[in-house]
Design a protein around this ligand. Sequence first.
Ligand code: UT7
Length: 325
Amino acid sequence: MTLYSRITGTGSYLPPRRVSNDELAQELAGRGIETSNEWIVERTGIHARHFAADGVNSSDLALEACRHALEAAGRNAVEVDLIIVATSTPDMVFPSSAAILQHKLGIAGCPAFDVQAVCSGFVYALTVADAMVRTGAAKCALVVGAEVFSRILDFNDRTTCVLFGDGAGAVVLEASDTPGILASDLHADGSHVGILCVPGHVSGGQVLGTPLLHMDGQAVFKLAVRVLEEAARATLAKAGKTEADIDWLIPHQANIRIMQGTAKKLKLGLDKVVVTVHEHGNTSAASIPLALDAAVRGGQVRTGDTVMLEGVGGGFTWGAVLLNL
Ligand code: UT7
């Protein structure tokens, strides 16, 4: 039995339409909603986000990210034997975006399913894929985070609509004799459902409730900084490592202040934190693989580095994965 799973390629994709804070502020002004580049930058670190065109779905963004990841890994889609897509904005109620993605990749037969853990989705999906690879259920998995959050934003709510964007990131995770994924730590606490949710559902051919994102930003902020520290420490302990072993921290890209707070608690310099929130906004389940791919392609994160991935979001869910790249 193979002992380990390892990331052998990364890829990502942003839809071409880049919307700066100024552009968004101007659009919102047309609705009578007041915001500014200064407020958004100061409170979040976000300068721009990307929005998908009408008719472009999560599986479309995922497809491009997967093509790049497969190319980086030197693999062909026919070699893929597992597809897991983390998303909260799937193409349809069902089937899964993973099944739709599989077809778009031109393959059939391997298991394909979605994971729904909102902004923690990618660390959940990676942990599931790691377990399946280590038990021999898969040898070459595509693990993807893909979102079109622009579809669930309330553009009359300035406290949330300026924060999120669309995009996808993917990794190829393969069976390996040398350690890649070292440890992970996942959690959920459904008692916090009300602070971050899209409280709508389909029933009898109609949408019941509000199918738009609702967030109590301050409550999420406080909880996020606490649980991100706890998850990182628990994951390090499971791997028999300490903060000093971390070469790079890649946290969920929601707010630069949350990332700074987490780094400080872990006694990590900001030069060890991968930051893409300024250009991507919060892309939920896509944010971590997008940031990982940007850091790999930008030459920051290199083969052999020890990397901590951390997610936190609706559910409430949170978790971390420690890996050797
Ligand atoms: O992906 C899941 C994880 N999500 C997160 O991690 C998000 C966590 N939360 C946050 O990042 C922050 O709480 C926010 C960025 C959402 C908000 O920042 P804040 O520093 O907590 O601001 P606030 O909610 O305390 O609002 C401060 C002021 C308020 O005005 P008053 O009451 O002081 O007069 C808001 O009405 O800023 C106002 N405000 C805005 N002003 C201009 C809120 N949104 C905006 C806006 N433009 N877009």
